[in-house]
Design a protein around this ligand. Structure first.
Ligand SMILES: [Zn+2]
Length: 508
């Protein structure tokens, strides 16, 4: 009886912890928040499709702000027939630098028809404009500002790079900002090579990098023109992307504060001489799909972790060969003990070390032999790595459960993942899916060990939660990231196999 109550308490506890991830983090107090908000309110008052009235008002608003600040303004008009007969007007400004070099910051200021485009892309435009205006007049590396028109119909950046390449002769880097969802800013394209730049510049770094050939993000045209470039965008929770609901009300202040924080830091960093040399030699930021975040390691740490992983595998092989008669599963009782919990804890930590180490090892090898190109997707590559690591993960988790007992292991894993989900939810909202789903599945399996229905219900919840992500990958990226979807789908059978020996009948 007591055992069942304990089980219920654990489930309720995990459920309660899980719910806290949906608590909105406190509104960050940024001094720039109000000027940015004021500009954004003007921009996102109405939709701004190509050649629309409000797009022209936005152009006037932007150019006036720049003129008032005493900055040069060029409106670069292009009449094109590439996407039907239209005229687009890119807005360009700059602050010169003493070294003659410069870094360009880009955002498109048009929107899709019918959408006020607060997130796509009013927020980035407002933040870039106001932060650009607030820059000191004397910089070491100059800052160029480009607001492109016609992005949503595949124009703007292409025209700028093609017809105004002379403006890019001394440009050493291009940062493009675009908005898709609410949440942390992530390196979207070019992130594999330049993710560490964002990591250094953001107070709240998070990461994603997707293969996106053929996606008309503005950064791509600059990369094609030979300029190192990356797109940075909030990507999680894309519920209002390209809809009439992309309004200021639905734009998280967290997202806006993230733009302000990141753009301020990037401009400060980019305007100092020598920054790019420092970064190009420092390849140390990696995206960890398992944990949904960017992590940063120096090369020494990378090899230490990889070494630990190899040692772990060898130890595992030796252990398995020596044989063990331990009976893995108790006869249907909620079997949690201190020893099991401690063993699970150590096993779980070791598991994380192995997973991180394995990913980094394969990643290091792949980049050392030149397998990873500019547009290579980190998530695609990591998904591939994980596919290799899944059998290893499976045997390792099975080993932990057999030593510590499934109940103790499940409790430790669920609490572990629950805590990680809370941290992710508060610090990087939008990235709490993965740990939360895993914790939920484990909790459900503990609560209903004999119910396949409960198990598949959990699988459906997982599917629904991942659906927006998969939707974006499939519709926006074509077939760019099928392996990511496969990775998520694979989690369910792996989990099922892992827990299939769990007693189907438990006593009371
Ligand atoms: Zn956009």
């Amino acid at each position: 009886m007591f055992k069942n109550s304990l089980r219920t308490i654990v489930i309720l506890l995990i459920a309660a912890i899980s719910l806290t991830v949906f608590i909105t983090p406190p509104r960050p107090s940024e001094p720039m928040l109000w000027p940015v908000m004021e500009t954004l309110e003007f921009i996102a008052a109405e939709p701004r499709p190509v050649e629309s009235r409000h797009l022209r008002s936005t152009e006037v608003h932007i150019t006036q702000r720049l003129v008032e600040a005493g900055l040069p303004v060029y409106v670069l008009e292009h009449h094109t027939t590439r996407r039907g007969e239209v005229s687009i007007r890119n807005i360009y400004s700059y602050i010169p630098g003493t070294t003659g070099q410069s870094v360009i910051f880009i955002a498109h200021y048009d929107s899709v028809p019918g959408s006020p485009g607060a997130l796509d892309n009013g927020a980035a435009v407002a933040a870039l404009l106001e932060i650009f205006i607030s820059q000191p007049t004397s910089l070491q590396v100059g800052i160029q500002l480009l607001f492109t028109d016609g992005h949503e119909i595949g124009l703007g950046a292409h025209e700028f790079v093609q017809y105004h390449s002379y403006l890019l002769e001394n440009t050493i880097f291009a940062f493009n900002f675009d908005g898709m969802g609410n949440g942390p800013l992530m390196p979207f394209q070019g992130g594999i090579r330049h993710g560490n730049i964002l990591f250094e510049a953001s107070s709240r770094p998070a990461g994603f990098s997707l293969l996106a050939y053929g996606v008309a993000l503005d950064e791509w045209h600059f990369a094609q023109g030979g300029i190192p470039a990356m797109t940075i965008m909030p990507f999680a929770r894309p519920w209002n992307y390209h809809t009439p609901d992309d309004t200021i009300e639905n734009l998280g202040t967290y997202t806006l504060a993230g733009y302000i924080d990141t753009i301020q830091n990037l401009m400060e960093m980019a305007s100092q001489a020598g920054w790019i040399e420092g970064f190009s030699t420092r390849e140390k930021t990696f995206f960890m799909p398992v944990y949904g975040m960017l992590i940063s390691y120096g090369p020494v740490m990378r090899w230490i972790i990889a070494g630990l992983m190899i040692a772990g595998i060898i130890a595992m092989i030796i252990y398995r060969r020596s044989g063990s008669n331990y009976r893995p599963f108790s006869q249907g009782r909620w079997d949690v003990n201190v020893k099991g919990i401690m063993l699970s804890l150590i096993g779980t930590l070791l598991f994380i070390v192995l997973f991180v180490g394995g990913t980094l090892l394969i990643f290091s090898l792949a980049s050392n032999i030149g397998l990873l190109g500019y547009h290579t997707s980190i998530i695609l590559t990591s998904s591939g790595i994980i596919l290799i690591l899944i059998p290893l993960a499976y045997y390792f988790l099975k080993l932990i459960t057999s030593i510590a007992g499934w109940d103790s292991f499940a409790l430790v894993m669920a609490i572990f993942l629950g805590i990680f989900g809370v941290v992710a939810g508060v610090l990087m909202p939008g990235l709490e899916y993965f740990p939360m789903i895993c914790a939920g599945l484990i909790a459900l399996r503990v609560a209903k060990p004999d119910s396949r229905v409960a198990y598949f219900f959990a699988g459906i919840i997982a599917g629904v939660l991942f659906l927006p992500l998969l939707y974006i990958m499939l519709t926006q990226l074509g077939v760019a990231s099928p392996l990511s979807g496969l990775l998520f789908a694979l989690f369910i059978p792996v989990f099922y196999v892992l827990t299939k020996d769990y007693p189907s009948v438990y006593g009371s």
